[in-house]
Design a protein around this ligand. Structure first.
Ligand code: ZN
Ligand code: ZN
Ligand code: ZN
Length: 219
């Protein structure tokens, strides 16, 4: 007798009147050995949503992560902590720019809306702008999304056009992710942007994925 597709078996179990909860279901499935029990368990424990992140702009470049953590806590009531095992925020990392360091912090979903509304946080003697931060990994070695340079296993490519040369002297702007999409689908979507351009439909899609997987404390 042919084995029915596992998906159908699973649905049959769940909708069955004799359904006695997930542990029982796992037991039944384990007995029948038709489904990878671990996969099933992973599907049941919905992946935890990530905490919302903010980017704070233009902090003095000398400030350390520790100073930022203490300084933010000190000057912003919202970020004061009474439970160190579950902090209301944590300082993640910084990005250096011409105008100072932009710091990324993640916050508890319960304070997201208030911080977002205030649009600024105090640190030392300044009052700094912030905005939502959506962490999309962009690889500057191969120009693809979803992994960082350090984890890249692709052939290095020019991130400005996707060809096989160093980007330094290249003055093209052709998105390799959109080019690959066109090649795959036969479509003629615009490719006249860099693959790290936030207007790129693939970048937008990646940002949307981050948003969907973030808990903004709204439900
Ligand atoms: Zn890469
Ligand atoms: Zn190039
Ligand atoms: Zn693109």
């Amino acid at each position: 007798m042919a084995t029915p597709p596992t998906g159908i078996r699973l649905v049959a179990h769940i909708t069955s009147k004799s359904f006695q909860g997930i542990p029982h279901l796992l037991y039944t499935v384990k007995k029948s050995r038709k489904i990878d029990v671990y996969k099933l368990a992973a599907g049941y424990n919905k992946p935890k949503k990530r905490k919302p992140q903010f980017i704070i702009f233009g902090i003095n470049k000398d400030a350390t992560k520790e100073q930022l953590n203490e300084g933010l806590k000190f000057k912003n009531n919202l970020l004061k902590d009474d439970d160190s095992s579950n902090p209301v925020f944590s300082v993640n990392f910084s990005i250096n720019t011409k105008y100072g360091a932009n710091w990324i912090i993640s916050v508890k979903p319960s304070i997201y809306a208030t911080i977002k509304k205030g649009r600024r946080l105090f640190f030392e003697w300044g009052f700094y702008h912030l905005d939502d931060f959506h962490s999309v990994r962009y690889c500057s070695k191969c120009g693809r999304l979803g992994h960082s340079k350090a984890k890249c296993e692709e052939t290095p490519r020019c991130f400005k056009c996707g060809n096989n040369h160093a980007p330094d002297n290249c003055n093209k702007a052709e998105c390799m992710n959109c080019k690959a999409h066109n090649a795959r689908t036969g479509k003629l979507e615009k490719i006249d942007h860099l693959s790290k351009d936030r207007k790129c439909p693939f970048y937008i899609e990646a940002i949307n994925k981050v948003i969907v997987n973030t808990d903004y404390g709204l439900s």
